[in-house]
Design a protein around this ligand. Structure first.
Ligand code: AMP
Length: 145
């Protein structure tokens, strides 16, 4: 089995380098393109005070948050020695949608996630890993954490 475009979904947990190493090794073995993605979820402001009929307004995350995420993703790429890989920090309604949308848009044929990250410690498979697995247009590797 060989892959052509591997998408590593990176959070910034302590385990992220280990998950990234797996993605890097498979990419090297296959001679595949490697992309790193980090999703910054939309922030929602809900207005209280009896304004139930007002919609929940999506607000773009702070530019500072996106900038910090870009820096952290750059650091992770340096640590993994994959500076040449494409690095995407994107804003999406959910992490799942961001990862799956990018996989579709850029024709990834393998998504690499950690089995658990910040959200999923209590679950058999972390929430993002689970969501990605169920909606993916391609293979998914959940690296055991
Ligand atoms: P979790 O849903 O927090 O258990 O995370 C499981 C895995 O999903 C992590 O190891 C990452 O590979 C991926 N992941 C979690 N959050 C993000 C994020 N914001 N952007 C990209 N990938 C993420």
């Amino acid at each position: 089995m060989t892959y052509q475009h591997i998408l590593f979904a990176a959070d910034f947990s302590d385990d992220a380098p280990r998950v990234g190493e797996r993605a890097r090794e498979i990419a090297r073995r296959c001679g595949a393109r490697l992309s790193l993605i980090h999703v910054v979820e939309d922030l929602n402001i809900s207005l209280g005070g009896g304004y139930e009929l007002l919609p929940v307004l999506p607000e773009l995350p702070d530019e500072a948050l996106l900038r910090e995420a870009r820096e952290l993703l750059g650091e992770l790429a340096r640590r993994l020695e994959v500076e040449d890989a494409e690095k995407w920090v994107i804003n999406a309604p959910s992490t799942k949608e961001g990862i799956l949308g990018a996989a579709r848009d850029h024709g990834a044929d393998l998504i690499v996630v950690g089995s658990h990250g910040r959200h999923g410690l209590a679950l058999l498979l972390g929430s993002t890993a689970n969501a990605v697995l169920h909606g993916a247009p391609c293979d998914v590797l959940a690296v055991r954490i």
